[in-house]
Design a protein. Structure first.
Lengths: 404, 404, 404
């Protein structure tokens, strides 16, 4: 394959302004304040801990600078990974690090570079600009305040996990009563409360509802209305009424490794199927479901369900599947069998804005290789057409599907 | 990789005359009469509908020319897919279309080209010749008439779906009584009726029995003889007695999207295993089972079962797995671990003969890349030997296994 | 990709002395005595039988020279496979065979070459030297004698299968009583017996315990202590106390094809998950579990569990997954997401030492392509660093994890 073609496509894809449709950004602290904000990301603490780093420095109250030094020391054991490559790119792109490999000797230098860089008043804008980021979706608890930030830039998205799986808990009920004024006890009060929540979110420019779901979840038609499955379907009904997509992130088992680091407890069971959602897709034809699957094994189902169901859309490369080999295979399968208008290419899932760039870079690198290999080199498309195809995945579909 | 080598192998593979071992051709209307016969194929109506095309023009009684125009209009949304590439190739190879991309502006031209081309009295023979097609298997209902066509060219194959899953229905029983003269009510009358059916099919040159099966199907030894599993095993017994292979097409859930377009209702559940067929493979060692799996996930099982069981054969790349990335991976796994004499490489699954060529072209393109990369370039085989290996998959094994 | 780079990496990887962490070598008959010792390997008898070879010559008491002649005759039907390529390489590397393809005409020549070559007194040492093999792990029944061989070269490993799945049988109980002096009937006597077994194995330089497990096995916390799951957990406890890793080889169904050739009866059910072992991994944090999975489908789970759990390690490419396409995909996924210190790259699983070289060659070929493509060509690593990464997989991690 012509290296130049891939590079040209990559460069052209990098020119496309991004709307990142899923993240965990805190709009009041969107960028990092220290290197610890970067390296305390669970992708690094997990790998460091898995490679042998004791948990004391990984505790929330441990000294941040000592933690960073220790994680960099353990990085030597996982410098083969994609996760490490994101950090290397952050150091190079944002901190001016010029080496090809990060070693223990770089610890203080990087810490200080980060301190200096992140202290700039304009840092948030700088990251937006360098990332060519236009807007980014948040993931908001139902009782998050949505005031005090620019909701055109930080687009609210209602996270439904707590409502669906926690509403039997007294505390969650109390939180819901606090923001809606409604004591939920039956389908009617549930409906009222959801109505209030949705009204509030929509008023604040929310463009989606999202939920992560365990492998065994099956929201069937005859579920009890106050069961998780019933509440889930009630929320789908609200997405229909308020005309917003419902992001389904399917396949995570929570708390599998209970002693793990913060956010490093969850794994999965590959034995799950989208057939569990067939009734949902049939019953809510007006709702668009951008579906993310946690394992590459599920990708053929996802592509096939999106090929058949008008309201099922392929969405991003989630978590344990956000690894080059899985992205490459899953993306090719989607491109080869699903309408291009139904592919939400990627999202960063980031906690801090600095991660949007390296993650999208990884994705664009893979996308440009696929476009070159499967579309341009065999004469099926021109270079320009291929970039246009990439633009659907990187931008156009987000705008269209989420009505941004 | 040397592009020339791949092209040379591809050209050599294209010289091999084909016997297509599975299709849905109607031997009395084997070729298209209008462009609607091409584009009303469920692969196009599914994608157009999935991309947003309303269902009115997709109804059976809608105007064919308006339907074609509308599908081409929606094609703009799925011109990234393998399915689209088949259509482009049909337009180029059979209709003399010279463009690289089909747009709305081409609609009338293509419609007229098709009309003119398909009107030729010799069109059926022309397609056979250009496709280098020698013979093609049909999929016949048990009460189809097998008279009035050349069964050397259109080889009958008994489709067992209705018998296995419908025999409890009064109407199916009546149809069976009509063609066999036997009212089936117990294992003895079932055996008699099957005997008559098989005698009739074999007399008409039938070379196989075939069935599609849902993911959960488990034809165990102790099934009730009049249950689907029991009837299935009775049919396997007839395949043994009449010396024909039993094609198993494993993994489809029917009617998952009930509101879908014609033939676009079916999907699957990846959670299925060939272990469900272990008793069958053990109990019928004299029957050859060419097995197709619906998902690429099942391919390692298929290759491994074919590696171990003398009577299990890998067969084609079915439906949702008939996509380049899945074919490439599944085919390499089979070639690397299963005797070459046990690989039925491909079948078209076509409803109209015009699809045999582009589908086999896709397959031969992938096969030639694998032969070049995995066998010739590393010095493991000469180019001539590699083509011979390809010939097993494209022709020799069909002749040997189905005794054509 | 530069062919030279791949070759250079391959050559450098071939210089690394091997410690093979899993085999079925008999330390008292480690090398072949005739060509039948090579071709009677179940990988060949399975494929020959699957391709049509009758079972009479595959019976244990059949004439070895006639069997070899027949297998070579059937080899013509599976000369496309990876398994065949190992044999070709053995003929070339060890027997001085100079052809590129083995045919029936070579039978006598190969038989005689093998006879002459294997008769050399120094043959065992020669194989060790040419293979650059330092040591190789055995798989010992609990009552195997561990005396009379060099346990630094042939490292004992306790196979737990019989204890876990057979202890309800009178004969197994009697065998256990014979070697430990203890009649096991309850948890206390089980503990005593295991203690004696482990003491004996550790005294003889055993470095691991290993077991193969069926797809449905779930060793949960509340298992009855004398059930297979309970005994399994008791053995895990002994691994903790004696500081040795517990190799889990997950996913095999025994005796699926009961009429198969010797060792060719076993297959699998892809529907299995590491979630079944979550309680085990949590309850025995001090035990390292090198996990092998039988299907490539399970590899993403394996990589993800090793990414999260400090005590889970990825191990080799087992049996039906020891095929280039599966190795390549599984290895890339592991390298891209798991600390390099947690990857036991490969083991031969060999019954005769001659197989270590061609199997590791296959692996090193794939590894060198991945290192070139994913690490060196994109500037992420130097060639030297890439070889060092390979060394972790081929040697360093075996030494570290098994304390060799």
């Amino acid at each position: 394959m012509s290296g130049n073609l891939v590079e040209d496509l990559f460069d052209a894809l990098c020119e496309i302004p991004l709307i990142d449709p899923h993240s965990h950004i805190d709009p009041r602290a969107p960028v990092s304040k220290s290197l610890d904000d970067i390296l305390n990301y669970h992708y690094y603490t997990e790998l460091a801990h898995s490679a042998g780093m004791p948990k004391d420095l990984l505790a929330p109250d441990a000294d941040p600078q000592l933690r960073v030094a220790s994680i960099i020391r353990y990085m030597d054991k996982f410098d083969n990974t994609a996760q490490y490559s994101w950090f290397l790119e952050i150091a190079q792109e944002f901190l001016g690090f010029s080496g090809m490999k990060i070693t223990v000797a770089d610890t203080d230098k990087l810490w200080n570079l980060a301190d200096r860089t992140f202290a700039a008043k304009t840092w948030e804008d700088t990251v937006f600009k360098r990332t060519k980021l236009e807007a980014i979706f948040l993931t908001n608890e139902f009782d998050d305040s949505l005031d005090g930030f620019d909701t055109k830039r930080y687009i609210p998205c209602l996270r439904a996990d707590t409502l669906v799986f926690g509403l039997h808990e007294t505390e969650v009920k109390a939180r819901l009563a606090r923001v809606t004024g409604i004591e939920v006890g039956d389908p009617a009060t549930l409906d009222e409360a959801l109505m209030k929540l949705f009204e509030n979110f929509i008023r604040h420019n929310a463009k989606a509802c999202a939920i992560s779901l365990p492998p065994g979840f099956t929201p069937s038609r005859d579920a009890h209305p106050m069961s998780p499955e019933g509440i889930f379907r009630a929320i789908a009904g609200k997405c229909r009424d308020f005309l917003i997509p419902f992001d389904l992130m399917i396949g995570v088992n929570r708390n599998v490794y209970a002693q793990g680091v913060h956010r490093g407890h969850d794994l999965f069971d590959q034995r799950t199927s989208l057939i569990q959602y067939a009734e949902l897709f049939n019953d809510f034809p007006e709702v668009t479901f951008p579906v993310s699957v946690l394992t590459s094994n599920q990708n053929q189902e996802l592509a096939s369900y999106a090929w058949i169901f008008p309201n099922v859309v392929c969405s991003g490369h989630w978590w344990y599947s956000n690894i080059p080999i899985h992205i490459a295979r899953d993306l090719r399968a989607r491109l080869q069998s699903v309408p291009k208008t139904k592919l939400v290419g990627y999202y960063s899932d980031a906690y801090k804005l600095e991660f949007v760039l390296p993650k999208y870079h990884m994705y664009r690198g893979i996308l440009s290789e696929i476009l070159a290999n499967d579309y341009v080199e065999n004469g099926f498309m021109s270079e320009t057409e291929a970039v246009k195809l990439g633009k659907y995945l990187l931008r156009d579909n987000v705008r269209e599907i989420f009505r941004v």
